[in-house]
Design a protein around this ligand. Structure first.
Ligand SMILES: [Mn+2]
Length: 343
């Protein structure tokens, strides 16, 4: 904040609020200043917020006589960072009214820059979320069969995660089969899973506020030579990337470790998304490991490694692990089998 000349910082993004306060709620307002940290909320949260955030934060309770914006006016700063990428126009107008003299500066991504490096506690929480997802995958290997629908497959995944300790899902579960596996983010449908199909499952859960993310593609009954060949190619690309990632590598280079192998085999045009992304409080956060990525891997960043090949109207394959960057390589937190499994 000092570097950027911000006397105050108004934090709007829910994950950023949770990160600085330790209290994840959609109905709190957070204002950091040079001299104090303020958390503004109403009666519903006041007891929980006091337990979680005092004395690091000064808690202000809004009521009929004091709105959030009254509180902001009283605190009063001359320069205020706002997260332009998430602040609503309505809130912006309120801030401008409360602080008519204040200069507003863009603080988009400021907290995210800190969040990009995970500490021990964060990595431990992610480890729990990953371990639960892996147990879910093992469970799915005993449950998936020809005759069930994609929606039933997705429901099994979600039930297992929620029954076994997930706070919530990281994102809507993907469970697609047959020709629909060529849709990288296809939604589970009423299509019945058949012998000869690939099934791609991409799922994750949240534990202690932190997300996991993994993808496996398995065959049902039997698969063709072409399916096997593409599967092996995706796996080779994924393993090459996992082998070469480490601190100091650029995000673009990281993407190349997977993409080069797929391009050399002539399937570059069928790999239309980035190789990976960071995971933490959000399911998609920095780093961005793609041709458009702009940064360098540092120790204790997290990144998924998830190349895929998608042949329209035929089938697709994606394999995704989630790893932690270290100075000597990566620690792959996902241990689940990646040999082609035929159920
Ligand atoms: Mn992912």
């Amino acid at each position: 904040m000092k570097e950027r000349g911000m006397e105050g910082l108004w934090i709007s993004k829910r994950e950023n609020q949770g990160y600085v306060t330790g209290f994840p709620s959609s109905d709190v307002f957070v204002l950091l200043t040079e001299t104090d940290n303020y958390l503004i909320t109403d009666f519903r949260y006041i007891e929980a917020v006091k337990d979680a955030c005092e004395p690091l934060f000064t808690i202000i309770m809004t009521d009929n006589g004091c709105s959030v914006w009254d509180a902001v006016r009283k605190i009063g700063v001359k320069t205020l960072g706002i997260e332009e990428n998430v602040l609503t126009v309505a809130d912006l107008k309120q801030i401008q009214e409360a602080l008519p003299q204040a200069e507003l500066l863009d603080a988009s991504g400021l907290i995210e820059q800190i969040r990009i490096i995970k500490d021990e506690a964060e990595l431990e929480s992610m480890g729990k979320a990953i371990a639960l997802a892996e147990r879910c995958f093992s469970h799915m290997l005993t449950v998936l069969h020809a005759g069930m629908t994609e929606k039933e497959g997705a429901l099994e995944i979600e039930m297992f995660l929620k029954k076994n300790g997930a706070e919530r899902l990281s994102f809507p579960t993907i469970c697609v089969s047959g020709a629909r596996t060529s849709l990288p983010h296809g939604e589970p449908s009423d299509k019945i899973i058949e012998n000869g199909d690939f099934v791609t499952m991409d799922f994750g859960c949240v534990v202690d506020g932190y997300c996991s993310d993994m993808t496996r593609t398995v065959g049902i009954g039997h698969v063709s030579g072409e399916q096997k060949e593409i599967y092996e190619l995706v796996l080779k690309a994924q393993e090459n990337c996992l082998r070469n990632l480490k601190a100091g590598v650029s995000w673009k280079e990281g993407d190349r470790f997977a993409r080069d192998i797929i391009e050399e085999a002539g399937y570059g045009q069928f790999f239309g998304h980035g190789t990976g992304h960071g995971v933490g409080l959000e399911i998609h956060e920095a780093p961005t490991m793609s041709p458009r990525g702009n940064g360098i891997f540092r120790e204790n960043m997290t990144v998924t490694v998830e190349p895929g090949i998608y042949l329209p109207k035929k089938f697709g394959v994606r394999i995704e692990d989630l790893s932690i960057i270290t100075s000597f390589g990566i620690i792959n937190k996902v241990k689940s089998n990646k040999e082609l499994i035929i159920l």
